[in-house]
Design a binder for this molecule. Sequence first.
Ligand code: IPM
Ligand code: MG
Length: 367
Amino acid sequence: MSNPSLLILAGDGIGPEVMEEVKKIITWYGDKRDLKFDVSEDLVGGCAYDKHGTPLHDDTMTKAQEVDAVLLGAVGGPQYDSLDFSVKPERGLLRLRKEMDLFANLRPAQCFDALADFSSLKKDVVAGLDIMIVRELTSGIYFGEPRGIFEEGNERVGINTQRYTESEIDRVARAAFELAMKRNKKLCSMEKANVMESGILWREVVTEVGKDYPEVALSHMYADAGAMQLCRWPKQFDVIVTDNLFGDLLSDAAAMLTGSLGMLPSASLGAPMENGRPKALYEPVHGSAPDIAGQGKANPIACILSFAMALRYSFDLGAEAERLEAAIETVLADGARTADLLGPEGGTPISTSEMGDAIVAALEKSL
Ligand code: IPM
Ligand code: MG
């Protein structure tokens, strides 16, 4: 049997730096756990635009459709701000999500013990926090038609459309219920059924799907109240399912609860392929951080944890994912800190590659 295949799209800004550290981890698994991957690399985002005049070349799109999993770093940078909307770096990422039909975006927000002091919230509110946001990723206002900027009378009007079909809601709800079954059997669905018809439909369909999962305690919340509750007492939640735009906002808020955006991974999953594995793309929640790019300051943990999610969700290697997560916890407990993880007291940060090396060393000790 051939090795599972990975396509690495490191992208822009700190993407390539943090991805270097992921490659060390991939090499370690190949050498020490006999888990060999066929790795190929390509461009996405601004770097793809620089080379090809498009943020995602068709050949890259084809490759992404063929591999077992895509690992993505980050896209974007100020030098691309003035580009036409259609070729902005973000369009490359959105095209991947849409054409691979990655409808379920899993964004865990986990607070590592060693970092509980870092949250802007009180320690007891966040210590031990472990929630999972499931964000719908291929529909809603990000993709709905009509969209655009139009002339209307003597002024312009900007239009985007929130649109959800029943089947789009059904499939992401099922993904969320399945996850809830593997976790604490608690699911909260967030929309704004009080003002949006798409929210009313969302609530109805999620409730209907819930009948297939009688063991899961389902609740509903308006997304604004959900944002407030996430800040007030996040531990009341386990799995949250929500639409594309609310999920974008709520996952950033949830991320900050944990102390650092530099720590959070994500998985974007689609339907199963012929080999049974889901179409999948893994990426850190953080962006390309152009202000610190190329300085060895970036925290590679979110990207490395994204690879852990790949081990778990694409390759059914949950125990190896746990090994990697435990190695990261050990390294943090030992006091290793990249610059983003230094609290108000300061201290001496280690570099991106030193963090990667420390994690490899902890993996080595786990054998
Ligand atoms: C995210 C990002 C993206 C989004 C951008 C970069 C297009 O904010 O993944 O959360 O809005 O989905
Ligand atoms: Mg976002």
